[in-house]
Design a protein around this ligand. Sequence first.
Ligand SMILES: NC(=O)c1ccc[n+]([C@@H]2O[C@H](COP(=O)([O-])OP(=O)(O)OC[C@H]3O[C@@H](n4cnc5c(N)ncnc54)[C@H](O)[C@@H]3O)[C@@H](O)[C@H]2O)c1
Ligand SMILES: O=P(O)(O)OC[C@@H](O)[C@@H](O)[C@H](O)[C@H](O)CO
Length: 392
Amino acid sequence: MRPVRIVHLGLGGFFRAHQAWYTGAVSDDWGIAAFSGRSSALASALMAHGCRYTLVVRGPSTDEPQVQEALVAAYPGGDAETWRSLVASPAVAVITVTMTEAAYAPGGVVADRLVSGLAARRLAGSGPLAVVPCDNLPGNGTVTARIVHDLAARLDPALDEWITDNVSFVTTMVDRITPSSADPLTVITEPWTEWVLSGTFPAGRPPWERAGARFADDVVPYETRKLLLLNGGHSLLAYGGSALGHETVADAVADPLCRAWLTSWWDEACRHVPLPGSELTAYRSALLSRFANPRIRHTLAQIAADGSQKIPIRILPVLRGERAAGRVPAGAARIVAAWIAHLRGAGAPIADAGARPYIDRADSARDVLALLAPDLADDTELIKAIETAELH
Ligand SMILES: NC(=O)c1ccc[n+]([C@@H]2O[C@H](COP(=O)([O-])OP(=O)(O)OC[C@H]3O[C@@H](n4cnc5c(N)ncnc54)[C@H](O)[C@@H]3O)[C@@H](O)[C@H]2O)c1
Ligand SMILES: O=P(O)(O)OC[C@@H](O)[C@@H](O)[C@H](O)[C@H](O)CO
């Protein structure tokens, strides 16, 4: 069996389609032990099958099933003792994380788990390692470093210093559309996959580049392209498309009205992505095909979750950039308007622990904007664009 050299937090479908796939594709020497969030059922089901599962790579007309072998152990997230002992193991060189954007809030579960594991590693004298967050957050390495240092400094300044000297926080852009699956032993994903990483690995890493991962000095252009065009486009469809009665991303992009909304959003968003126009044109065209894949059932309800965490990341940079340039961005304003309609009850159900203060203000676009982006609260032109955005 592969030795455990990577521990992972967040045993969702995406980790099994992405980081575990890259690892399994490039080496037999790197095994992964992964921890679920709260549920123990997924970890038990995987352990009962030797952690083997099938990744179904689903193209527009064919499926390619691939049995995955990089995962060697799965534990419930509540198993804190095993978590600490694995992070403390000298064989472990990398911690990866996919726990959703919301889990990186200060005082949230990501900081808590990482600090408890790193404290155990320090006590064991097991030396340096890399932490590699793989969630859709801009500057995810920097954000993770900040929340970990904040918590460690409060608990134990000596631990904080040890983390400074021993832990590398790697920033990543991750991409592979992976809908959630009810079957613990099957993960369905698309053929497209991308992983761009920036940072150091003081205790080594698998040669992920052999499977196409790229190591770059600066992840920002790739991350901006992906968060605005793909994830921003997803959020547009999740709120605007679900209110029109569509259930999946493929249903929504088959609707000419939703496609026109996407075009308008992408035209605005592209002005804020620091990459050549030709690259963005190619990316948009690939994205449209990926969204249209009729055999990937990616529900708009799944994407609509946690809007209060996602809208600031995916939409606000374009709203701000366009207003600073003196333009009124109709595409971006429509996404905010569609989200407000969702908060009022339209389309996909609300699944968002941070939604309450927005729901309380949802009668007024001005009040929602004041909470979302206080710097734009008095922008009457923008407020009017949100209030008058056409949503059907
Ligand atoms: N699914 C995709 O297409 C995709 C693509 C790129 C990036 N991502 C990133 O990966 C993340 C996970 O995606 P997924 O599809 O695997 O989702 P998922 O819901 O299948 O898995 C998320 C995992 O994190 C755990 N978790 C979430 N919030 C938690 C909390 N507050 N406390 C404890 N555990 C918690 C869950 O229990 C689960 O194990 C996304 O939020 C996103 O940031 C996903
Ligand atoms: O996974 P989330 O919740 O951050 O967002 C939902 C989708 O937009 C997202 O999962 C995309 O499918 C993914 O980022 C594609 O790589």
